[in-house]
Design a protein around this ligand. Structure first.
Ligand code: ADP
Ligand code: MG
Length: 567
């Protein structure tokens, strides 16, 4: 037995102590000050906001807005715990459209720092408020323009231990900058300026959403496009870069719900899923998802910084994101970009991953690899309540409950077959490769490729002889573009096989290399999509002939444990 501590009596924390603890949760570093003050300025209807940081916000954060301002009475109350003008009753939580509503940001800053606010309503008198460590020091008339200036300094002067958790000024400044960009991305109609130690670092004039994102993230606006999808009570707006704008990390797959940036991994996956088949393995798209949803369908009141959100209807939103992504990609194929387009800022261009380039030889829109309906894109497939995804087993099996049986679906085999069918059915849109892919052929292969190059071109693989037994791939179907170079060459070698089978052999190899692998994570909505589509296949076998799933009936399961089968 462990040695128990001598038991102590339970005491109720003094209010000033509990206030300090709570304040330290809301305001944990300069970034949270910037976030909360930006939210307040945006909630006040500001058309222009300036953020000034000193020493990465550790020295001072000052935010100047031209919003509605506060009169003396409101200013005097604004810093009190639970002071908010945004909601009154609990039911109002179902209707909040403002960024803030908890009434704890200013009071937390007032507790954990020195807070100074100068605020003025249009046509009114400006007042200055100073609160330090929870004590009001001043509230008096002063000079000031309509709007509000909030100045937060001496952060954590009364929290000796807290300072240890803060990082260097430059690291804190970086965090402040990212939250600044999050808000700027969602409010393109508001002008934003960021100053660090007196120098203007970012100036974002009011503009449209595409221009704003291109400025925020240094993206070529010519690569960006938009698409929309709607569902019950929500709209999904996607602003994304064509597949050329891909990156090697996920930082620019961002999700905003009612203008708040949220960490919602399943919607990030929805975007990636939509792009699947358009990007090589290991690459991620550039895509910003803006979900506008009826506030009663989401709950933001689960995280003090509102970074998390709970959806009532996540599967529908997920579907809409996939649909919007597909719609976006279908539209993209028609865009012809100039050949000298700079792409350095958008991610690496390597020879190995030859970039597809839209060409004039466009015949029909590319079919998405995976089989969600593309047309009309704004119509969502209806949810299928009869398939319930339970989880992934051994990194391979998607376990689904159907009304009368349990389905164990091989994720790779099922996906591979679906891709194979799609590749077989589509009339390929061939795109020129920016960098032809060269490969060597044996004498046999050389001869075969010569005979079959016309057939290959019909399938969407354009090859040319470039020397003695050397060949080049110069054009590819959009659906094949994501193949890594070795996968493509491997598929091409299949073109040198037996006369009757070579076409299927090429597509089989391509599908195998494009499909989900063992161990790849699969989110619930994707799993249900896969299962639904796989169940329609006849025969249910992968291109190599293996079964796609194993199923156990409900009856059989009951029998296995000697249980009477309920009727
Ligand atoms: P919340 O935003 O959750 O209501 P805060 O503590 O952030 O709580 O702010 C308290 C109140 O102070 C707000 O509800 C608002 O009425 C007022 N306020 C704060 N900042 C501003 C501002 N920049 N302009 C106008 N009013 C503001
Ligand atoms: Mg607020």
């Amino acid at each position: 037995m462990r040695n128990a501590e001598p038991s102590r009596r339970i005491a109720i924390l003094r209010e000033d102590v509990s206030r300090k603890i709570a304040a330290g949760e809301v305001i944990d570093r300069p970034l949270s000050i910037v976030r909360e003050l930006l939210d307040n300025s945006l909630d006040a209807g500001a058309g222009s906001v300036e953020v000034h940081l000193e020493a990465g916000g550790l020295g001072r954060v000052r935010i100047v807005d031209d919003g509605a301002g506060m009169d003396r009475e409101d200013l005097g109350r604004s810093w009190l715990p639970h002071a908010t003008s945004k909601i009154e009753t609990e039911e109002d939580l179902l209707r909040v459209t403002s960024l803030g509503f908890r009434g704890e940001a200013l009071s937390s800053m007032a507790t954990a720092s020195r807070l100074e606010i100068v605020s003025c309503r249009p046509g009114g008198v400006a007042h200055r408020l100073v609160v330090r460590g929870g004590k009001q020091e001043l509230l008096e008339p002063c000079e000031g323009r309509p709007g509000t200036v909030v100045d937060v300094s001496e952060l954590f002067f009364n929290y000796p231990a807290r300072k240890k958790f803060l990082r260097s000024p430059s690291a804190e400044a970086g965090l402040c900058r990212s939250v600044f960009l999050d808000r700027a991305s969602a409010f393109p109609g508001v002008s934003f300026r960021l100053f660090a130690d007196g120098a203007l670092r970012l100036s974002l004039p009011a503009t449209d959403p595409v221009q704003r994102l291109s400025l925020c993230h240094d993206l070529d606006p010519r690569l960006l496009g938009t698409a929309e999808a709607r569902g019950q009570g929500f709209t999904v707006r996607l602003i994304a870069a064509s597949p050329d704008g891909r990156r090697t990390d996920r930082r620019l797959v961002q999700v905003f719900v009612n203008n708040r940036r949220v960490q919602e991994y399943s919607l990030v996956q929805a975007v990636e899923f939509g792009f699947q088949g358009f990007l090589p393995g290991g690459y991620h798209p550039v895509a910003f998802v803006f979900v506008d949803i009826d506030p009663s369908l989401v709950d933001f009141n689960i995280h003090p910084a509102k970074k998390e959100v709970r959806f009532r209807t996540l599967p529908e939103v997920h579907r809409a994101v996939v649909s919007a992504t597909r719609a976006f990609l279908v539209g993209r194929a028609a865009v012809v970009l100039p050949r000298d387009l700079p792409s350095e800022s958008l991610g690496p261009v390597t020879r190995q991953d030859a970039l597809p380039f839209p060409s004039d030889r466009r015949s029909s829109p590319p079919a998405a690899i995976y089989s969600l309906p593309d047309h009309p894109p704004a119509v969502l497939p209806s949810a299928d309540a009869s398939i319930r995804y339970l989880g992934q087993a051994f990194g391979v099996f998607l376990v689904c409950e159907l009304s009368d049986r349990l389905l164990l679906l091989d994720q790779h085999a099922a996906h591979e077959r679906l891709i194979f069918e799609r590749l077989r059915q589509q009339s390929p849109v061939v795109q020129d490769l920016l960098f032809p892919l060269a490969f060597d052929a044996s004498a046999d292969e050389d001869a075969r490729l010569g005979e079959r190059s016309a057939g290959l071109a019909e399938m969407g693989i354009v090859v040319h002889r470039s020397g003695a037994r050397t060949w080049e791939v110069t054009g590819l179907a959009a659906g094949l573009a994501p193949l890594p170079a070795d996968g493509l060459v491997e598929a091409l070698r299949q073109a040198c096989g037996r006369e009757s089978e070579w076409r299927d052999a090429v597509l089989r190899t391509a599908a195998c290399r494009l499909a989900l692998k063992e161990g790849d994570p699969v989110d619930a909505v994707t799993a249900v999509e896969l299962a639904r589509n796989a169940l329609e296949l006849d025969p249910p076998r992968c291109p190599h002939g293996r079964p796609l799933w194993h199923e156990i009936s409900r009856e059989r399961l009951y029998q296995l444990v000697d249980r009477p089968v309920p009727r």
